[in-house]
Design a protein around this ligand. Structure first.
Ligand SMILES: [Zn+2]
Length: 146
């Protein structure tokens, strides 16, 4: 059996970031829907978020997106560092997710603190950059306005 990975099928040269896209859906045997979204912040193979900024965005979005979207399973950085994957039980509209992302990035710009940045709470607490997170959040917001 050939295994297909949705994100490997995507032509990354054809997308235009920033964007929010549905990136797969699973229906459980009991009929619940689990939906995955591609929250693309930067243009693939052109921009990249540095690890410290990406890590800080991860910590901040973990809280901010959960304030806006119910039943979030996970929000994880992509290995290529051009965006995040969001996994939700249920299937909120792409427009709803996009608005939640934009509002969350606006909050990033206004925050003075990063949650869970001790050795007890984080796997690499030394590698954070709130300055970088704010700079990239602003760049993404500018991209959404265009
Ligand atoms: Zn961490």
């Amino acid at each position: 059996m050939e295994i297909k990975v949705e994100s490997f099928e995507l032509d990354h040269t054809k997308v235009e970031a920033p964007y929010v896209r549905e990136a797969g859906k699973i229906e459980t045997p009991k009929g619940d829907v689990i939906q995955k979204y591609d929250l693309r912040l930067l243009q693939p193979n052109e921009g990249v978020v540095p690890t410290g900024a990406m890590h800080t965005l991860e910590h901040l979005l973990a809280g901010y997106l959960r304030e806006r979207i119910n039943n979030i399973v996970d929000i994880s950085p992509m290995g290529c560092r051009t965006g995040f994957y969001l996994i939700v039980v249920g299937s909120p509209d792409v427009a709803e997710v996009k608005t939640a992302l934009i509002d969350s990035l606006r909050k990033v710009i206004k925050t003075d603190e990063v949650p869970a940045t001790t050795a007890k709470e984080c796997g690499n607490y030394r590698d954070h950059s709130l300055f970088g997170a704010k700079e990239y959040a602003q760049e993404v917001l500018n991209g959404f306005k265009e």
